[in-house]
Design a protein around this ligand. Structure first.
Ligand SMILES: Cc1cc2nc3c(=O)[nH]c(=O)nc-3n(C[C@H](O)[C@H](O)[C@H](O)COP(=O)(O)OP(=O)(O)OC[C@H]3O[C@@H](n4cnc5c(N)ncnc54)[C@H](O)[C@@H]3O)c2cc1C
Length: 303
């Protein structure tokens, strides 16, 4: 039995493990894939405070070593279900068929970005294709980029990138946008954002980096080529919460929890990209890890 079980060894989960171990809690982290979460394959991180430049792998490895060095146990086994309640213990069921119990649970399950699903998308990720304007926008200062998507994130990304890039194409499959009207209006008023609708990206070109995209018109099937250095894909995220939908309240698939990282179930906390929040970044994931661990410790000690 552990004091605290953390689901997910990404930035939020491992940060929670550091705080839990420093309070001497018996802490087990279960990870279904590899440690580090979404950041592990990112070539460069340039926005983590106090570290000007580092690869995602090195950053995640430092974090993993920090947490395990303090005595957190990381087990590579996916959590498939959680049962129990604050009054008894929580039972965590694992893909291997094993079970574990804990007094408190932190769900740090993260999310993954939806992909366009076209040829060469994986190959060109990090070489012109990005899923995070806040993370990678600064690499495209003075260049021509495109954003694909029609929701709030896509339009916000286009506006953000317009402050960095020379030119931003906003590509959307429909003429109407799902994004709030005020955002769309603000984007239309920016001189260096050009709306490209109703188009979808159907081909990626360039070697070894992205150099252009082929777009197909959804109404008449015609095609055109746009020369761009970067394509920001903003067509949504999938929080990894499916296994917990009957355990805690979700909103749009994300675990409902505010800045205090408390879910609607006593003793279960949520940290990182998998919870309802506005900014999904390393700093906010690590911050959530600290908040969730301290809340879990309070719960264990004070009830
Ligand atoms: C390509 C890319 C580049 C990025 N670059 C930056 C950047 O430069 N700067 C920045 O601040 N942010 C960046 N981000 C965002 C940042 O990576 C995320 O905000 C951060 O990783 C969120 O951390 P997390 O721990 O909440 O979730 P995640 O990183 O998603 O980690 C969650 C972990 O939980 C595991 N998990 C999920 N479900 C289960 C389960 N049932 N059982 C066991 N394990 C489970 C997953 O396998 C995963 O390892 C980038 C994201 C991407 C995709």
């Amino acid at each position: 039995m552990a004091d605290i079980i953390i689901v997910g060894a990404g930035p939020a989960g491992l940060s929670a493990a550091i705080y839990a171990r420093r309070a001497n809690m018996d802490t087990v982290v279960y990870e279904g894939e590899s440690y580090g979460g979404q950041i592990i394959n990112t070539p460069e991180i340039e926005n983590y405070p106090a570290i000007a430049k580092i690869s995602g792998f090195e950053w995640a490895t430092n974090l993993y070593n920090h947490a395990t060095g303090l005595g957190a146990k990381v087990e590579f086994d996916r959590v498939t279900a959680i049962e129990g309640s604050a009054e008894e213990l929580f039972t965590v069921k694992l893909e291997s068929g094993m079970e574990d119990t804990a007094k408190a649970v932190i769900l740090a399950v993260g999310a993954s970005n939806r992909h366009l699903g076209i040829d060469r998308e994986e190959e060109l990720t990090g070489k012109g294709i990005s899923y995070c304007a806040t993370c990678d926008g600064a690499f495209y200062k003075g260049k021509t980029v495109a954003v694909s998507g029609g929701g709030n994130t896509a339009v916000e990304d286009a506006i953000y990138l317009a402050g960095l890039a020379d030119k931003v194409y906003l590509i959307h499959r429909r003429n109407e946008f799902r994004a709030e009207e005020t955002l769309v209006k603000a984007a239309r008023e920016m001189p260096n954002i050009e709306f490209v609708t109703p188009y979808v990206v159907t081909e990626l070109k360039g070697e070894p980096k992205l150099a252009s995209v082929i777009l197909t018109n959804r109404e008449d099937g015609s095609t055109k080529e746009l020369e761009i250095s970067g394509l920001f894909v903003a067509i949504g995220q999938e929080p990894k919460t499916a296994d917990f939908k009957d355990l805690v309240a979700l909103s749009g698939g994300y675990i409902e929890a505010g800045e205090d990282c408390r879910t609607n179930v006593k003793g279960i906390f949520a940290a990182g990209d998998g919870r309802t929040k506005k900014v999904r970044q390393l700093t906010t994931a690590c911050s959530d890890g600290a908040v969730a661990a301290l809340a879990a410790i309070d719960f264990i000690k004070l009830g």
